[in-house]
Design a protein around this ligand. Structure first.
Ligand SMILES: [Zn+2]
Length: 315
């Protein structure tokens, strides 16, 4: 039996995951596409213990949970709540607040919505993500600042802001008519302690593979020593040159980030800037693969680290 297909649309999602049972079934089929196999002794038969939602091996009698290693492990919430929350968080482009989640899922308890969202957000930080390569645009900007009700020049004080570094891959492709075009590939955003060359260098080394061609618009932090090991493509700014002309993709990403922070969150506390950046990057990098985002959030993506025996088998 093959792995179950991911639903491609909202309607398919609704039809497929309409009950808790259906979600559980999906999880079991996803994990054991060839039928249950005991991870402890290799025996191919198990009893399903509905009360505990585990398999008991008919040979060695060890228990195995289909939830082990997923975000749902040891949670008392219904499985379909997890599925729906992950779907909404993964596919709702501007992100979702606890209040919205509570409303959309019809939850009585706002703590439940907060808990679900908190766990899903934690799943957005990919620990072993690869370095950017090819051609990369890099720049930095300030985010954060005051919330509602404050406008004008006086409020843009430095202490309300967080300095961030951004780098994005530039992917070239050909249209059906053979015209060569560019689009943004993977994005990385990181809070920077300062814009000096040491911090810029560290940001680049942590996020961009050496030998990559880096395009910047001439900021002094991107000095020769910060860019050792890279090919630097630098546009020296004159007063009239628009910076977004030389590095349009990173400026576009910064623009979208700022619109999201203002529009959805009404400004942010710089203290929590990195977690907002992680959430933005997570959705940005998976904007064409909502279902992959969904399974990553739930912790059921097959590409993640393999499950250890200890994780699968109940104590
Ligand atoms: Zn066994």
């Amino acid at each position: 039996m093959a792995r179950p297909a991911y639903p491609k649309t909202l309607l398919e999602f609704v039809a497929q995951f309409n009950t808790d049972e259906a979600c559980l079934q999906y999880l079991i089929t996803h994990r054991w596409s060839d039928g249950f196999k005991c991870p402890s002794c290799g025996n191919g038969k198990g009893w399903w213990l509905a009360k505990y939602r585990r398999f008991e091996c008919t040979g060695c009698h060890k228990h195995t949970s289909p939830f082990a290693g997923t975000i749902m492990h040891r949670s008392h919430l219904p499985v379909h709540l997890w599925f729906w929350s992950a779907y909404l968080v993964a596919t709702h482009t501007p992100g979702i607040s606890a209040v919205q989640l509570q409303r959309q899922l019809g939850l009585k308890n706002d703590e439940t919505a907060w808990f679900l969202l908190h766990r899903l957000r934690k799943a957005m930080v990919a620990p072993n993500r690869g370095l950017l390569q090819g051609t990369v645009e890099a720049d930095e900007t300030h985010i954060g600042g005051p919330a509602k009700g404050k406008r004008g020049r006086g409020v843009a004080k430095a202490e309300n802001k967080a300095l961030i570094g951004g780098a994005v891959e530039v992917v070239t492709y050909k249209t059906k008519k053979g015209v060569e075009k560019e689009r943004a590939g993977r994005l990385r955003l990181q809070v920077l302690p300062s814009a000096d060359q040491v911090d810029i260098k560290q940001f680049l080394n942590q996020n961009v593979a050496l030998k990559t061609r880096i395009k910047t618009d001439g900021w002094h932090g991107y000095s020769t020593s910060a860019l050792v090991g890279y090919t630097h493509d630098r546009a020296v700014q004159s007063g009239s040159t628009a910076p977004n002309r030389y590095a349009p993709h990173i400026h576009q990403a910064f623009g979208n980030l700022k619109a999201w922070l203002l529009g959805t969150h009404h400004g942010i506390d710089p203290k929590y800037a990195q977690s907002y950046l992680d959430e933005f990057v997570f959705r940005f990098n998976r904007r064409d693969h909502p279902m992959a985002a969904f399974s990553t959030l739930l912790g059921i993506a097959s590409s993640s680290e393999p499950l250890t025996l200890r994780k699968l088998i109940e104590p």
